[in-house]
Design a protein around this ligand. Structure first.
Ligand code: UT7
Length: 327
């Protein structure tokens, strides 16, 4: 049997509701011109009433399973990267298992903010090393807009909701997951937070919601670290695999902001036409951003057979990561 770790199918899902920059102009003191110039975002998707992270994750998982030619019951492990689970308990992964109509699998969430999907890929790789027969669903899914303050113009224009998924096995047909690199710097955690509701920032019965319930970020600082960290971890994974930036056919970074994506592309010294972005249509969907873009890039033919694809992400923690896929 072929021992390579392979992605058998990709999937994605974004809610139907579109929130445009024109809509946001009516909600806060902002403009389409500011948002597009500073972020590249033109519109984002947001969930409808009663639609939760596990619903988005389940839709993306169904698409990935269909593309893998697999039944849900064949899956042995479900891993969901998210910071916006439906509940703290049960985990989002448990709800996905239930919604897929399966049971008695191993299912758990990963808290790595926007890097959640790449962390899930690495956990999938580790599990497949322990259990070569496993069939892993790795998902990144978020309802970020639940944790966004729609009266704060500095954050509410940035984010959107969505999900992406991949089915991993050892051997079989599909692109090879060659390597993953993960990193964290907890010293910088205070620059990007969602702290309200944690045991260091509790809510008692009757309390009103405070600002800390929502995403809070020091934009310029996060921007600088994002560019630096994603570029360096891309170079590290290339070096570890005896490759250079000239070998990379597609760079697919976390879709936080077009200026960050562009800056990473420049520092990584790759041609702009090799850099994939859909941030204009989805905004920053946190852990969903990489798998949502990846599934789209595969289906639209942006990624072709034979391509070496570099994924990279950066998020709260700080956490950051890179992964190499050989199509
Ligand atoms: O997923 C990983 C986590 N997130 C990120 O990666 C986000 C990283 N940071 C960024 O993308 C950028 O820093 C932002 C898009 C958040 C902000 O862009 P910036 O170029 O760093 O702008 P700034 O924060 O320095 O603000 C510039 C000005 C300020 O006004 P003054 O002080 O110069 O008068 C802001 O008050 O723009 C103002 N501003 C806005 N104006 C209109 C901030 N937000 C808005 C807005 N509309 N929505």
């Amino acid at each position: 049997m072929n021992n390579d770790i392979v992605i058998r199918g990709f999937g994605r899902y974004a809610p139907e509701n579109v929130l445009t920059n024109a809509d946001l102009e009516k909600m806060v003191d902002t403009s389409d011109e500011w948002i597009v110039t500073r972020t590249g975002v033109k519109e984002r998707r947001i969930v409808s009433e009663g639609q939760f992270t596990s619903d988005l994750a389940t839709e993306a998982a169904r698409m990935a399973l269909k593309n893998a030619g697999m039944e849900a019951d064949e899956i042995t492990h479900i891993i969901v990267g998210t910071f916006t689970p439906d509940h703290l308990v049960p985990s989002c992964a448990c709800s996905v298992e239930q919604k897929l109509g399966i049971k008695e699998k191993a299912a758990f969430d990963i808290a790595a903010a926007c890097s959640g999907f790449l962390y899930a890929l690495e956990m999938g790789r580790a599990l497949l090393t322990l259990h070569p027969e496993a069939k892993i669903l790795a998902i990144g899914a978020e309802v970020v807009t639940h944790r966004v303050n729609f009266t704060d113009r500095t954050t509410c224009v940035l984010f959107g909701d969505g999900a992406g998924a991949a089915v991993l096995t050892k051997g079989g047909q599909g692109p090879k997951l060659m390597d993953v690199k993960l990193a964290t710097d907890g010293n910088l955690g205070s620059l990007l937070t969602v702290s309200g509701g944690g045991c260091a920032s509790t809510y008692k019965p009757g309390d009103t919601i405070r600002d800390d319930y929502f995403v809070m970020l020091q934009g310029r600082e996060v921007f600088k670290h994002a560019v630096r960290s994603m570029t360096s971890i891309c170079n590290e994974i290339l070096e570890a695999n005896g490759l250079t930036n000239k070998d990379v056919d597609v760079l697919l970074p976390h879709q936080a902001n077009w200026r960050i994506i562009d800056a990473v592309g420049r520092k990584f010294e790759i041609e702009p036409e090799k850099v994939y972005s859909n941030v204009d249509r989805f905004g920053n969907t946190s852990a969903a951003s990489v798998p949502l873009a990846l599934s789209e890039a595969v289906d639209t033919g942006f990624i072709k057979d034979g391509d070496l694809v570099m994924l990279t992400s950066f998020g709260g923690g700080f956490t950051w990561a890179s992964a190499l896929l050989q199509f």
